[in-house]
Design a protein around this ligand. Structure first.
Ligand code: DGL
Length: 279
């Protein structure tokens, strides 16, 4: 044994999102994989991604991933639905580690649970315009009927903590109208923020309609991929979590708790300069 060799730090799972919303995905990951280390990057300086162009979303995503790659990550999770819609392939081509997004696992789960193949997809404008969920669903069930609705007001509603406000119910009712009219049997929550509106969505759609959370589906998938690639942390390990943002760590810390379901101790600020993140 070479005694002078430094022990390697256990590799982490890198997770990125446009901001705080990806913490709903991290919550699902931590629940299933408490032994893993996670490094989370929220690109809070440049959010929202949901109304940006595909080219910009791809550029930002590559920069986020480059930052995470410097943190000894063994895998990258694209928690942001908008980034997953546009940047998954470019990321997979550019990086030497597995890259998993939320679209394919979400679509797979929606097809699995949908009884009649009548599936509603909710997402940001960019996610809906990309047609990524629709394509991924039709690839699995070419006879499915997919009804997509962009819900641009959901993200600010959640970030402003208006989920209990009467305005939230009105807006949910308005966005879900076309899905109710089409008698969908499944609604896919195709955005990081929408799990916080899940109760209202269930109330509006009725209990007979399946609700699929793409973040939870993604976390299930990652558990399988880690095993397949033999990348799991030791079963008795205790995972660590570190958080980085490109703007306002205190704001992230304050609203992040609601998304993550637990307190966040420390958030570090990074900045993007000529495409390279620095601390
Ligand atoms: N994280 C984004 C998503 O899941 C929502 C927020 C944004 O538009 O940046 O699509």
């Amino acid at each position: 044994m070479n005694m002078s060799a430094k022990p390697l730090l256990p590799a982490s799972i890198g997770v990125f999102d446009s901001g705080v919303g990806g913490l709903t995905v991290l919550h699902q990951l931590q629940k299933r994989l408490p032994q893993e280390n996670f490094v989370y990057l929220g690109d809070t300086a440049r959010l929202p991604y949901g109304d940006k162009s595909g080219d910009t979303i791809i550029r930002y995503s590559l920069e986020n991933a480059a930052f995470l790659m410097e943190k000894n990550v063994k895998m990258i999770v694209v928690a942001c639905n908008t980034a997953s819609s546009y940047a998954l392939e470019p990321l997979q081509q550019a990086l030497g580690v597995p890259v998993i997004g939320v679209i394919e696992p979400g679509a797979e789960q929606a097809v699995r649970v949908s009884e009649h193949g009548r599936i509603g997809v909710l997402g940001t404008k960019a996610t809906i315009n990309s047609g990524a969920y629709q394509k991924a669903i039709l690839r699995r069930n070419s006879r499915a009927n997919v009804f997509q609705v962009a819900c641009p007001l959901f993200v600010p509603l959640v970030e402003e903590r208006y989920t209990e406000h009467p305005a939230a119910r009105l807006i949910v009712q308005e966005y879900l109208k076309p899905l109710k009219a089409q008698h969908v049997d499944t609604v896919l929550l195709g955005c990081t923020h929408y799990p916080l509106l899940k109760d209202l969505i269930i109330e509006e759609m009725g209990l007979g309609v399946e609700i699929v959370d793409s973040g939870a589906s993604c976390a299930e998938k990652i558990k399988i991929v880690l095993k397949e690639w033999n990348l799991q942390a030791a079963n008795d390990a205790i995972g660590s979590h570190s958080y980085f943002v490109s703007d306002d760590p205190l704001k992230f810390q304050a609203i992040g708790q609601q998304f993550l379901g637990m307190a966040i101790d420390k958030v570090e600020l990074i900045s993007f300069f000529s495409g390279k993140a620095t601390r």
